[in-house]
Design a protein around this ligand. Structure first.
Ligand SMILES: Nc1ncnc2c1ncn2[C@@H]1O[C@H](COP(=O)(O)OP(=O)(O)OP(=O)(O)O)[C@@H](O)[C@H]1O
Ligand SMILES: [Mg+2]
Length: 301
């Protein structure tokens, strides 16, 4: 795991976006980003975590040019995003905003989801097909003729996600995508993220307060505080660092909490540090097997 000092951006060929020491102060003086260094590579799921106001949405809004840094810069495929490129960034980076309301504007869901593909030059027929496929992917075909303004919060979220999927951008950034979804649709979005990752064509950025979700899907976790990256690394390394989570205003994932309760807090006692439910079950079974064998051997004496 690296700390803020060590979170150097690499320059690998699969790097898509590089936020290079970016700072952004809002008009009222609030600090949105402070010397933020962040990157997204093709084929990875980066999960951004942090307390309320830590800068997650501000970072995500910089990724598609919605906000620009006052200091530092954003690079896409190694080229600095200037004013012209900024207005074309939407083709490379699709953002589903935290407030899905602000994203939907067409009279029906179908028109909304087909808008991006049409703008990318697809024929109305092709755009319609792509839009239908995207709505299927998020299990929202039933919304196709609905008027966005009259939909529930979760329905709006699904339509907004479909709208971004339909454009097939290189980077898909989802700002708290499951926060208002029912468990079945949240699970659908989670497996969609997995499917997209398997295809290896996209870089995926997802911000969330749900560290259980982050444990399950992140290749890399980035922790923000006060607009800066204070740590990043594998979920296993980040989420077993209790002091770091406390410093970040986060609560450890359920699996970590259970394993800590089982193993106690002693130095080195946490191995093998399970991070998913499957790993936890495996670790508990292994522990039980050892205990049974010991008991049996003890009984045989
Ligand atoms: N439009 C704005 N004008 C002024 N300050 C803002 C604006 N948007 C965000 N901020 C401030 O910038 C900082 C970062 O906010 P941001 O919305 O990026 O946090 P966040 O991590 O997404 O929080 P949450 O978990 O609540 O969504 C906060 O201090 C916030 O008050
Ligand atoms: Mg936010």
């Amino acid at each position: 795991m690296t700390d803020a000092e060590g979170s150097r951006c690499t320059s690998e060929t699969d790097m898509i976006i590089h936020v290079d020491c970016a700072s952004h102060v809002y008009a009222d003086g609030s600090v949105g980003l402070h010397e933020m260094c962040f990157f997204v590579r093709r084929g990875e799921v980066v999960v951004v975590c942090g307390a309320n106001g830590s800068g997650k949405s501000t970072l995500i809004e910089h990724l598609n040019g919605g906000l620009v840094p006052e200091e530092g810069r954003i690079e896409v495929h190694g080229e600095t995003v200037d004013e012209r490129r900024r207005h074309e960034l939407w083709k490379t980076v699709g953002v589903v905003f935290q407030d899905a309301d602000s994203q939907l504007f067409a009279p029906t869901v179908l028109e909304d989801v087909a808008f991006g593909p049409l703008n990318l030059g697809l024929s109305p027929d092709e755009a319609r097909k792509v839009a239908c496929r995207a709505l299927e992917a998020v299990d929202a075909v039933r919304l196709i003729e609905k008027i966005p303004a009259y939909m529930s919060g979760g329905e709006k979220r699904l339509a907004a996600i479909a709208g971004i999927l339909a454009m097939q951008p290189e980077v898909i950034a989802l700002d708290e995508p499951t926060s208002d979804l029912d468990p079945a649709h949240a699970a659908r979005i989670e497996s969609l993220v997995r499917e997209l990752r398997e295809r290896g064509e996209f870089g995926i950025v997802l911000s969330t307060h749900d560290l259980d979700l982050a444990s399950r899907i992140a290749d890399r976790v980035v922790i923000l505080r006060d607009g800066s990256v204070i740590a990043e690394g594998l979920p296993r390394d980040v989420f077993y660092d209790r002091a770091l989570l406390e410093r970040s205003g986060l609560v450890e994932p359920c699996v970590v909490r259970i394993w800590r309760a089982v193993r106690g807090d002693g130095e080195g006692a946490m191995d093998p540090r399970p991070i998913t439910e499957e790993e936890l079950v495996e670790a508990l079974k292994t522990g039980l097997n050892h205990r049974c064998r010991r008991d049996l051997e003890g009984g045989a004496d």
